[in-house]
Design a protein around this ligand. Structure first.
Ligand code: GLC
Length: 739
């Protein structure tokens, strides 16, 4: 039997086994639901946050603990650890039908071992590294009694004023879709139910990242064509990757709150995409339909939410208080209630919780997994791959070994908390490696001096003189500046995304010493720092790099790791340019010459180009692109073409290049962006090595959603581009699609 026949047979066997499991669980769910009262069904849809439900504060929650015992709660969030999850699960098992609880938590970029914030990880463009990061986070969380994480956040975001840009994969639909799938696979493993994996959540459904003015929780208004073209694909990728759950978003979409939006949840997710998982609301988002002005009261909100496809009510108290009456009054069909309950019970069976409600709460495994030092090694690897070298004048970096005296300066140089970033749940802060600690441990014989200059946020310049004095005695200055960890994330929108406080003034004072200055920037979003961008000798963007951040930064600064990261989001020159994406439209008056912008789509006080472009990132070596071929300049129907080229490492050290494939559809029924990312590959080359790199171009590569929301390719000319960044195209070719 040929190999491919064997593979097909194995695939078929797996599919058969999965189908058999589905049928077995369906029967168990049906049998259980036959026994359930309406009140017990509603109980499954109620999710509570239980941060203080155990220990000395538990007495304040006696009523809620009683609800759990009475089977009125289906899931808890924010209860974590084997001891606490066992204690609370035991209460649920006192209920009449002994239906176990689901325990969920925001394990966004690590549980105990903290990995770079998601936007930082996205800068690695490394799907294996991103999947590994999610897997380790899941392994640690599952060992601590957690069944379900509220991640990955897959919101495309093109407005860095929005603080939650930190939690996602940046501005691009294609890159964001690849990362969504990698994170779902990382969290869930290849099959749900293993105790080193957790259920994932694709959130926030949908278009939350397009909040007007970048102000969190604000309304979202866009054409359905934009919704389908830019914002939905990462959610579809998460669905195809098997995401167990979805979370809807706080925002209205074209006037209707996502939580009550049947077009999103019923027509698209559960209809067109045939989604079998369940949807949890965001925190109180069912209840918030009242202030939105979409629901008259909590009862109306409950009816509108469940009828629109929101299966579980997180901390809204709408379902628990009003759903039973709504069903009895005929405002909610029993079939609607049953569908929500069925989806949730299915997952509880799939996780094996009915067989053993404590199977994720094993104290010995918790101890062993949470002390696994290999997780730190992985965190270092992912952090190094996430760092982006923005500038390196005269190849100042890597730091010359003969740099005898290095002054490490700045408000974030010795910080441990800031390196973790936001959404940290159980991180071991005391074991976070700070930047100055990392440099000290990597510097060999060099003499390391340190001055904080100002506190994080740098409100005062009082310490500048001392810092300048320290810096004046050094051969090279490393300045660690940026946002503090709490300046990005939920409810952290900023109208001004420049460096907080006096940090650019500090840079100028240090630069005035005449010593070379390397700037290490920490942030959860693109920042504006034009003085530093113009005058620093080198700039390294480290995002919030996590537990091993100081070691990752030091490895890059000393050249033990050759930086390979590329920006997953555009860095504007000013907040006035926002929203600014590489995937912009040409307009009828494109700027072709920055010196002649009269009556062009431009500003009178700024150029249109960004400070740093999507896909930008330097290396300590040089890469040459050449020898491009296209197997066929014309395509029809389902034919495929292969675009190939030679990539060479023409420098002196080995390095990794992320080659990017862009495309422009020159004429179409809906105008297309001047560039769209359609592929990328990470290629590692030794000095002098050349590799032939290939991309396949087919009808799907050329397709888009037209004005009738139909996905497809239109006949015409396409401009194919290959480059090192969206503004650094090295090779191009023309392709004609004949349809
Ligand atoms: C928050 C966030 C959401 C998070 C949830 C639970 O408000 O919007 O991303 O998962 O509540 O903490």
């Amino acid at each position: 039997m040929k190999t491919r026949h064997i593979a097909a047979a194995i695939g078929a066997a797996f599919a058969l086994a999965a189908h058999a499991q589905d049928a077995r669980i369906d029967r168990k769910v049906a049998d259980l639901m036959k026994q359930m009262t309406v009140a017990e069904k509603v109980g499954q849809l109620h999710q509570l946050s239980g941060r203080q439900f155990t220990g000395p504060t538990s007495s304040a929650y006696a009523d809620k603990l009683a609800d759990i015992r009475a089977g009125k709660v289906g899931s808890m969030l924010n209860v974590t650890g084997v001891a606490d999850t066992r204690e609370i699960q035991a209460l649920a098992l006192q209920s009449r039908l002994k239906i176990p609880l689901l325990f969920s938590l925001d394990v966004i970029h690590g549980y105990k071992t903290v990995f770079p914030v998601p936007l930082g990880e996205a800068a690695s463009w490394d799907m294996e590294a991103i999947e590994l990061s999610a897997h380790i986070a899941a392994r640690e969380a599952a060992a601590a009694g957690i069944h379900w994480t509220f991640a990955p956040m897959v919101d495309v975001a093109r407005d860095p004023r929005w603080g939650r840009v930190m939690e996602g994969a940046g501005e691009d639909t294609y890159l964001g879709s690849q990362i969504a799938a990698a994170r779902v696979h990382g969290f869930q493993g290849r099959k749900l139910g293993a105790t080193d994996s957790v259920m994932a959540t694709a959130k926030h459904f949908a278009a939350y990242g397009a909040a007007i003015a970048g102000r969190d929780y604000n309304a979202v208004d866009m054409s359905e064509q934009q919704l389908h073209e830019v914002y939905l694909p990462p959610f579809k990728a998460a669905t195809d990757a098997g995401a167990a759950t979805f979370m809807n978003s706080f925002n209205t979409l074209n006037g209707i709150p996502a939580t009550g939006n049947a077009m999103l949840q019923r027509d698209i997710l559960k209809g067109a995409w045939k989604y079998k998982g369940f949807v949890v609301s965001d925190w109180g988002s069912v209840r918030e339909m009242v202030p939105h002005g979409y629901a008259a009261d909590l009862s109306d909100a409950a009816v509108k939410a469940i009828n629109a496809g929101s299966d579980m009510d997180m901390e809204g108290y709408a379902y628990t208080q009003h759903l039973e009456a709504a069903v009895k009054a005929g405002k909610v069909k029993m079939a609607t209630l049953d569908d929500a309950v069925r989806r949730i019970l299915y997952k509880k069976f799939e996780l094996g919780l009915f067989d053993d409600p404590y199977r994720y709460s094993d104290a010995a495994r918790e101890k062993a997994v949470l002390s696994d030092q290999s997780h730190r090694t992985a965190a270092l690897d992912v952090a190094q791959k996430s760092i982006v070298l923005l500038k390196n004048e005269n190849k100042l970096l890597p730091l010359p070994r003969e740099a005898k005296r290095i002054a490490v300066i700045g408000p974030l140089a010795d910080s441990q908390r800031d390196l973790e970033g936001g959404w940290v749940v159980q991180g071991e802060r005391a074991k976070v490696v700070s930047i100055v600690e990392g440099i000290r441990s990597h510097a060999g014989k060099a003499e390391i001096s340190y001055a904080q200059a100002c506190a994080p946020g740098c409100a005062s310049s009082e310490g500048f003189a001392d810092a300048v004095a320290t810096a004046s005695k050094a051969d090279v200055i490393v300045l660690a500046v940026g946002e503090t960890w709490d300046m990005s994330g939920e409810a952290k929108s900023r109208t001004d995304i420049t460096l907080p406080g006096q940090q650019e003034a500090l840079f100028s004072a240090l630069k005035a010493t005449g010593k070379p200055v390397v700037v290490v920037m920490l942030a959860g979003r693109p920042l504006v720092f034009n003085t530093i961008a113009d005058k620093a000798d080198a700039i390294v963007y480290a995002w919030f790099p996590g537990s091993e951040g100081g070691n990752a930064v030091a490895n890059v600064l000393f050249g033990d790791y050759n930086p390979s990261g590329k920006l997953p989001i555009t860095f504007p020159r000013s907040v006035g340019q926002i929203p600014l994406s590489y995937a912009q439209y040409n307009t009828g008056r494109p700027v072709t010459d920055e010196k002649n912008v009269v009556y062009k789509s431009a500003y009178i006080d700024s150029v249109n180009t960004p400070r740093y472009a999507f896909g930008h990132g330097l290396s300590y070596t040089d890469f040459k692109y050449g020898g491009l071929t296209l197997s066929s300049p014309k395509l029809a129907g389902t034919q495929k073409a292969t675009l190939s080229f030679d990539l060479s490492n023409s420098g002196k050290v080995e390095g990794t290049e992320i080659v990017q494939l862009y495309l422009r559809d020159m004429v179409s029924s809906v105008v297309r962006p001047v560039k769209e990312l359609k592929g990328f590959q990470k290629v590692h080359l030794k000095p002098g090595e050349t590799r032939r790199v290939s991309f396949t171009i087919d009808r799907d590569t050329l397709s888009f959603f037209n004005s009738q929301l139909k996905w497809g390719a239109e006949a015409g000319d396409f401009h194919l581009m290959v480059g090192s960044a969206s503004d650094d195209i090295r090779l191009s070719a023309q392709l004609e699609y004949l349809r």
